[in-house]
Design a protein around this ligand. Structure first.
Ligand SMILES: [Zn+2]
Length: 348
């Protein structure tokens, strides 16, 4: 029997919570699922983390980055709200530093188990040793052929690397496999593995609670970055991203309350899935229009977004633009040719 909780009081509202948890605050989604918000030192200034009742303790889902303000926030939450109950497990949806950053620290300090998909765990371990943009001929070639602006390259060279914002990962982990349900306390959660935003992003669906912890797979207003990255220059992540939306739509019912990693919990999963795909369909059309004349990835990005980016945002924007171009190339709608070591793309 599920206890009545705050969510069932507002089934008709798309966003059932008026405000997010503030510093050292916890909001009960249900009596067995708590919501906290970790501060991030980024333009996106927060990540939602969730606590799932696990016997006498709590299982953490996503953690925030390894910075003092976020570690202090966790210490405050543990002291004020968990009242001595242990952290039993740490689930990380994917290897981006805002999600995995403090997993090692929480696991080490609480002797908690780490649960991740295999690819996300191994990627995190690899990135601890090597940045994504380490000197390598093919990485250099990727930047050159994308015609990425000089200020982007200078900024990336100076930017913090993965290991500056991620605490060392535990030397062991427990693998989350697609569709292989896990038990957390009294409830069963089904991991759903998807590609596009990351290599094997995990979101979690609980049928009995009618909840879906979506990570970055589904966000209510902003769209997750889907990028061709320098370590996989010929990949087509947008095709994976389209597939991911089909997978989530088939396996998670529209009735769920979505608990995303950023912004606010919401109802209306299936409409949001359709809206995101429509957004990418429109962007594909716009890229096609821009490519009436031969253009490079940087010039298409500038025309597409029509705004100034800082160096890291420009890196992501060019990566996202390339994700659209590569999908159009797969569909035979855009061709590519090398001119003075820069790729030019054109419709046709
Ligand atoms: Zn992410």
């Amino acid at each position: 029997m599920i206890e009545k909780d705050s969510v069932t009081l507002y089934p008709e509202k798309v966003f059932p919570f008026d405000k997010a948890p503030g510093h050292n605050e916890v909001i009960n989604i249900t009596p067995v699922v708590k919501w906290i918000r970790s501060p991030l030192p980024l333009s996106l200034d927060h990540i939602n983390c969730y606590l799932l009742k696990d016997g006498d303790g709590w299982c953490v889902v996503d953690t925030g980055m390894n910075v003092k303000v976020t570690r202090d926030h966790w210490l405050g939450i543990i002291e004020s709200h968990l009242q001595g109950a242990p952290i039993t497990k740490v689930i990380v949806t994917h290897q981006h530093p805002d999600h995995v950053g403090l997993a090692g620290w929480l696991c080490e300090n609480n002797r908690a188990k780490l649960l991740m998909s295999e690819q996300e765990y191994l990627c995190s371990r690899v990135y601890m040793n090597h940045g994504q943009a380490d000197d390598y001929w093919e990485v250099d070639q990727f930047f050159e052929r994308s015609a990425m602006s000089a200020h982007t390259l200078e900024g990336l060279a100076k930017s913090n690397s993965f290991y500056d914002s991620v605490y060392a990962l535990p030397a062991s982990y427990h693998e989350l496999k697609d569709g292989k349900s896990i038990q957390i306390g009294d409830y069963t959660w089904e991991p759903i593995l998807t590609r596009g935003h990351a290599q094997a992003h995990v979101s979690l669906y609980c049928k009995v609670l009618d909840l879906y912890i979506s990570g970055d797979q589904v966000l209510p207003r902003i769209t997750s970055n889907v990028s061709v990255i320098s370590s996989a220059p010929e990949s087509s992540p947008l095709t994976d991203w389209y597939d991911a939306h089909d997978i989530v739509g088939e396996r998670v019912p529209d009735s769920v309350l979505v608990l995303p990693a950023h912004e606010m919990p919401f109802y209306g999963l299936h409409q949001r899935l359709r809206d995101v795909i429509e957004h990418h369909d429109e962007r594909l059309e716009r890229v096609l229009e821009i490519c009436e004349t031969p253009e490079n990835a940087q010039s298409i990005t500038t025309a597409l977004f029509e705004k100034e980016f800082d160096s890291f945002q420009n890196y992501l924007a060019v990566g996202e633009c390339l994700a659209h171009i590569h999908r159009l190339m797969e569909q035979g709608k855009v061709t590519r040719k090398l001119h003075d070591n820069v790729y030019l793309y054109q419709r046709g």
